[in-house]
Write a protein that binds this ligand. Structure first.
Ligand SMILES: [Mg+2]
Length: 214
């Protein structure tokens, strides 16, 4: 059975890393109060090199935007942590013969740096990063590419595990996958079809997937 995983705030604690990095960066540049909020707001949903062109101007920095991006990539990769039970869950799925993939929106360099720093690359048969394949979740093409990178096809079914109701869950459902939503403390978005599994975290989602009837 195929299982695709979102990366940020599903397998790793991106929010925690971002806040920590923004605090450290603001201190290192002696930026005024509120600067870390400006950084977190800009980078909360996604982060690309172009965001640092914006932040350089917004924060009045003299740094080259490319240098700021590399500082961000290095800093986030250094601080990345797996969410509780993620590694053990992936291990159990591998042991059970599952085929595992990553389906993540973002820039290739930072998403791959985070996967490597978290020490979980070896669990996956395929890693699909939107920037590298030219298709973002919730597009069906993204899920199809993720399955293909794992040597599978969407038509043979599988699961998607993620924290974003629209991009991860609704996108995967539309692409024909079963879905496990990691709530991170939120309630489901009105108007969207319910996920097959609702779990507080990735470890609980994996337990439920392993127990699910097919
Ligand atoms: Mg996510």
């Amino acid at each position: 059975m195929l299982a695709l995983f979102d990366l940020d705030n599903t397998l790793i604690d991106r929010n925690g890393s971002l806040v920590g990095w923004a605090q450290g960066f603001a201190q290192s540049r002696q930026l005024p109060d509120g600067a870390e909020n400006v950084i977190c707001e800009r980078l909360r949903e996604r982060a690309y090199p172009a965001d640092f062109v914006h932040l350089r101007a917004a924060l009045g920095l003299g740094d080259d935007p490319g240098d700021l991006w590399r500082e961000y990539v290095d800093g986030i990769a250094r601080s990345v942590r797996c969410l509780p039970g993620a590694r053990e869950g992936l291990d159990a799925l591998r042991g059970g013969g599952w085929t595992l993939g990553v389906a993540t929106n973002g820039a290739g360099d930072i998403q791959r740096a985070k996967l490597a720093a978290a020490g979980i690359v070896s669990y996956f048969d395929g890693i699909c990063v939107s920037e590298e394949i030219g298709a973002r979740k919730p597009a069906r093409e993204h899920f199809a590419a993720a399955a293909a990178l794992c040597g599978r096809q969407l038509s043979t079914g599988g699961w998607m595990v993620g924290d974003n109701p629209e991009t991860d869950i609704e996108g995967a459902r539309t692409a024909g996958l079963r879905t496990a939503w990691v709530t991170t403390g939120r309630t489901w978005t009105d108007g969207l079809s319910e996920p097959d599994i609702v779990a507080s975290g990735v470890a609980e989602a994996i337990v439920a997937m392993r127990q699910a009837r097919f």
